[in-house]
Design a protein around this ligand. Structure first.
Ligand code: NAP
Length: 251
C-alpha cells in the first residue's frame, strides 16, 4: 500500500516540487494551501494521472487554528494513516522593512504562518504519529535561521524558532519512533525570491554560494524524498543545509 504524505504550501514553488517528487516515489498526497479548491483539485488530478497515486487538496490557511484542526481531521479520515508531514508553507514579509521600522502587524503575519502555524499543525499530526507509533516530520526552515537580515527580521526570528521546534519535536517524538528533520534551503528560485532576483543573481555571481547557481525546488524535493524513504533512519533532530555551500564562513 502507498504511504501518505501531507505537504503544506504545496501549490507553488518548493512545496509543489516536493509534491511532484513524492508522487514519483508513489506516495499518496494530501496537499494544503490557500489557493482555490478548483485549482488544487486540478493539481491533484494531474499528479494522479501522471503517477498513478491518490492525491487530495485541502484548502487551509495554516495560520487559522480551526482550519488546522479541521484539515488534520479531514486528512486522517480520507487517508486513514499518515506517514509523513512536510511543514513547508511559509511567507516572506509583505514589505521588507528595517527592524527599526518593522510593524507588529508584519511580525504577527509572518510568525503566525511560519512558526505558530507549522508548530501547531505538527502538534496535531504528532498525536496521530504517537498513536500509530510511526511517522516522519520534515520542517522546511531557512538559512535565515542563522543569517541575520535586518530588513526581514520577523522572517529570521520565525525560522530560528523552527530550528528549536525541530529539536523539541525530535526529543518528544523519539519514544514513538518518529524522526524529525529540518531542511534549510539557501537561495531557491520561486515566487518568494522573484522580487529580489537581480540582487541574488549578482551576489551568486560574486561568490555568495560555493556552487555558483540558484537552487531549485527539485534540489529540496530530492532531500525530502530521501528522508521520506528512511535513508537517514539512524538520525533525528538534524538540520540539512541545501544551499550550495553558502553557510560556510570564509576569509
Ligand atoms: P512560495 O513560492 O512563495 O510558496 C509558498 C507556499 O506556501 C505556497 O504554496 C503558498 O500557497 C503557501 N502558503 C503561504 N501562506 C500560507 C498559509 N497561510 N497557509 C497555507 N499555505 C500558505 O515560497 P517557496 O520559496 O516555495 O517557500 C517554501 C518554503 O521554503 C517556505 O517555508 C520558505 O520560508 C522556505 N524557504 C524558501 C527559500 C527560497 O529561497 N525560496 C529559502 C529558504 C527557505 P498559497 O498562496 O496557495 O496559500
Amino acid at each position: 500500500m502507498n504511504k501518505c504524505a501531507v505537504i503544506t504550501g504545496a501549490s507553488r514553488g518548493i512545496g509543489a516540487g516536493i509534491a511532484e517528487k513524492l508522487a514519483q516515489e508513489k506516495f499518496n498526497l494530501a496537499l494544503c494551501a490557500r489557493q482555490e479548491q478548483s485549482v488544487g483539485d486540478l493539481q491533484c488530478a494531474e499528479l494522479e494521472a501522471k503517477y498513478g497515486i491518490k492525491a487530495a487538496y485541502f484548502r487551509c490557511d495554516i495560520s487559522d487554528s480551526d482550519a488546522r484542526k479541521k484539515t488534520c481531521a479531514a486528512i486522517i479520515e480520507r487517508f486513514g494513516k499518515v506517514d509523513l508531514l512536510v511543514n513547508n508553507a511559509g511567507v516572506a514579509p509583505k514589505v521588507r522593512a528595517d527592524i527599526l521600522e518593522m510593524t507588529e502587524a508584519s511580525y504577527d503575519f509572518v510568525m503566525d504562518i511560519n512558526l505558530k502555524g507549522s508548530f501547531f499543525f505538527t502538534q496535531l499530526f504528532a498525536r496521530h504519529f504517537a498513536d500509530q507509533r510511526s511517522g516522519t516530520i520534515v520542517n522546511i526552515g531557512s538559512c535565515s535561521a542563522t543569517v541575520a537580515s535586518v530588513s526581514r527580521g520577523e522572517y529570521c526570528m520565525a525560522k530560528a524558532g523552527v530550528g528549536m521546534a525541530t529539536k523539541l519535536w525530535a526529543v518528544r517524538m523519539a519514544e514513538f519512533g518518529v524522526n524529525v528533520y529540518e531542511i534549510r534551503p539557501g537561495i531557491i528560485e520561486t515566487d518568494m525570491t522573484s522580487t529580489v532576483k537581480g540582487k541574488y543573481d549578482k551576489l551568486i555571481s560574486e561568490g555568495l554560494t560555493l556552487q555558483p547557481r540558484w537552487g531549485y525546488p527539485e534540489d529540496i524535493a530530492k532531500v525530502v524524498a530521501s528522508l521520506a524513504r528512511g535513508d537517514f533512519a539512524y538520525s533525528t533532530g538534524q538540520v540539512i543545509n541545501i544551499d550550495g555551500g553558502m553557510n560556510i564562513q570564509k576569509l
